[in-house]
Ligand binder design. Structure first.
Ligand code: GLA
Length: 327
């Protein structure tokens, strides 16, 4: 009996010592728009990285400021040591950092950069993002190429550019697209911009409608926006205003958000999308955070994810598969 008790006691000591070491580290992954496949893909690849390295990813939707601050509290209460975030509003940056600091949580940002009270980027917070200007330029170049392939006359064509300039990554994409269109020879006076009130299809649809009524007499439209949903909203506006698919070329950004549209049995004005690497964003951001929490390894302040592939109705299944994103 005595030896049995001794053994039991020894086992308890071992279990106690091993307990905290074995407990999987918990890390948050907070995203502003969980309905976008873009963010679902980031989540999926962050979770994959977690499974491989033995940590748990707590996925939380944070569509507004209040939910964001509550999520940070609940992460801390659940024992998380840090989180990756794509903020619903860059201006929340200082409030998010203050709360995280008070709770001892580490923060890595993804996609959208925080700005301070003066509206300047908070460059001291680690950030993983796409090469926004370059992807935007590619959007402009590909639109011009497709317009030439269709032999559209520039004087009968205009560009609808749906902007979201308060979001730096969005502004850089649409600026890049307009610069590339002009550089290719597209007439600057036929490029029209309109801001969207929300970064979703309904917001962009409203923006597109208001732009179209101001420019009657245009035969063909190019549609530019910061991501797939924005361009989809613009394309829907052209449809509602009587334009046929053959008179509209929309090229989005994100790729994974364009799968439903590109799978439709008949072509629409949404010609294609630039597919960057949501898989890399998800994996890299959470791994940087994990290395920081576990090994004390300070992350780089800025990681830019380059290259994007143009997906269209012809190649999207194959291209998504190549990146391990196919269904
Ligand atoms: C922003 C957009 C998303 C996606 C990411 C990519 O957050 O809102 O749709 O394009 O950038 O970095």
């Amino acid at each position: 009996m005595k030896t049995l008790l001794k053994h039991l006691a020894a086992a308890c000591v071992v279990a106690l010592a091993a307990g905290p070491l074995q407990a999987a580290e918990k890390l948050g992954y907070l995203v502003k728009q969980p309905e976008e496949p873009w963010f679902q893909t980031e989540w999926a690849f962050a979770e994959k990285a977690g499974k491989e390295a033995g940590f748990e990813v707590l996925k939380i939707a944070v569509p507004d400021g209040e939910k964001t601050l509550n999520a940070i509290d609940s992460l801390a209460a659940n024992g998380a040591k840090g989180f990756v975030i794509c903020t619903p509003d860059p201006k929340l940056g200082p409030a998010i950092m203050a709360k995280a600091k008070s709770l001892g949580l580490k923060v890595v940002t993804v996609d959208d950069q925080f700005v301070n009270a003066k509206g300047q980027p908070m460059t001291d917070v680690p950030l993983v993002m796409m090469a926004a200007s370059k992807v935007g330029e590619r959007q402009g170049t590909e639109l011009y190429k497709e317009m030439q392939r269709r032999k559209w006359k520039p004087e009968e064509t205009a560009a609808m550019v749906i902007t979201a300039n308060e979001l730096d990554t969005a502004r850089r994409r649409t600026d890049g697209a307009m610069a590339a269109l002009k550089a290719a020879g597209f007439p600057a006076k036929q490029i029209f911009t309109v801001p969207t009130k929300s970064n979703d299809i309904p917001g962009a649809l409203d923006a597109g409608n208001s732009l179209l009524v101001q420019h009657p007499g245009v035969k063909n439209w190019l549609v530019v926006g910061m991501n797939d949903n924005t361009v989809l909203g613009g394309v829907r506006a052209t449809e509602g205003n009587g334009f046929k698919a053959e008179n509209v070329i929309g090229i989005g950004i994100n790729g994974v958000d364009a799968v439903n549209e590109l799978s439709k049995s008949k072509a629409t004005g949404f010609y294609g999308s630039l597919l960057p690497s949501p898989d890399v964003h998800g994996r890299t951001s959470i791994t940087m955070l994990h290395d920081w929490v576990v090994k004390g390894q300070e992350p780089k302040k800025f990681v830019e994810v380059t290259d994007a592939v143009l997906i269209t109705r012809d190649n999207f299944r194959e291209e998504l598969k190549k990146k391990g994103l196919g269904s």
